[in-house]
Design a protein around this ligand. Sequence first.
Ligand code: HEM
Length: 318
Amino acid sequence: MPKLSDLLVPAPLRKTPKPGEAGVPKTPAPQNLKDEPPEQQTEYGRLGEKALEAPTEALAWVDQRMAASGFLTGMLFRKVPKGTNWFYTLGSATLIAFIVQAITGVFLAMFYTPSTTQAYTSIAHINNDVFLGQFVHGMHKWGASVMVILIFLHMGRTFFFGAYKYPRELNWVIGVVLLILTMTMAFTGYLLPFDQRSYWASIVGININGTGPIVGPYLSDFLRAGPEVGATTLSRFYAIHMLLLPGAIIALIGAHLYLVVKLGTTAPPWTKADKPRVAEPTTNLEAGASGNGYRPNGAPTIAGVQVDAHHGDGTAPA
Ligand code: HEM
């Protein structure tokens, strides 16, 4: 199976395949073509081959104009530190949970009515009458809890692996904002069915926000959108839940992943740091000197001056 990165190269620019690759026969060409004529490809065979190449050609056409394959190859084939394990999948799992929420949310929005008199009945309609409605609603409802659990596990992983340290502090801060937005997403979504439970739970949540110092009362006033929890609160929660927060989360996930790709991931804390490969000026080399600048019992030196040892992944030692 050819690599995706090779497939993205347009046909005229591809390297000549070696014998045994990409349809080139392994054995040498027959000496006597009269007695052993090469097998002719049928018209259907040629068409089939062209059809198989068509998606690749289409991708290559787009890529020639967008130059996106460099970014994709860098993103998909990047190196990860030794010792990378299942805990490193929690970030991607959170991302998948978010994508599931976004897709199921779009379908729910097609049938949901954000009005105090119709919200509950529109959700009953989704559950009872709409094709796969109960399934999609269930995925969205349970998916919210799954995303909250996953985001906390992912945060725990990055904390216990020391991934918040230099140079990844900014990614940690972006993560904290993502956590707040995800919790707000869960909170604003809870009111939408507008049943007894969601109504009273939202009043409790809004009042808890009101007890915060300085901004607390302003925040609870903003959320309530009026003297009582009612129609204006529901409209406000719905707008925040399906427009404001998803937009902000998508933008921040973009920045978060950009930094993950740019900085790479942190090696697990129990893996040993790579020996730094420090070049030593040739003028300082004596006959028989090891020449790699690394002293087994101390920090490496450059021309006799001690320099700090660094983790192989570019982070400072803990
Ligand atoms: C919507 C929420 C989030 C998504 C989709 C997300 C996604 C990811 C992904 C895919 C990675 C790379 C793979 C991995 O380490 O798991 C990552 C790394 C990271 N995330 Fe998140 N994340 C989210 C929330 C958070 C939160 C809440 C924090 C912390 C407060 C955080 C902090 C970090 C840090 C520091 C890294 C770098 C890890 C390293 O260098 O090893 N993220 N994130």
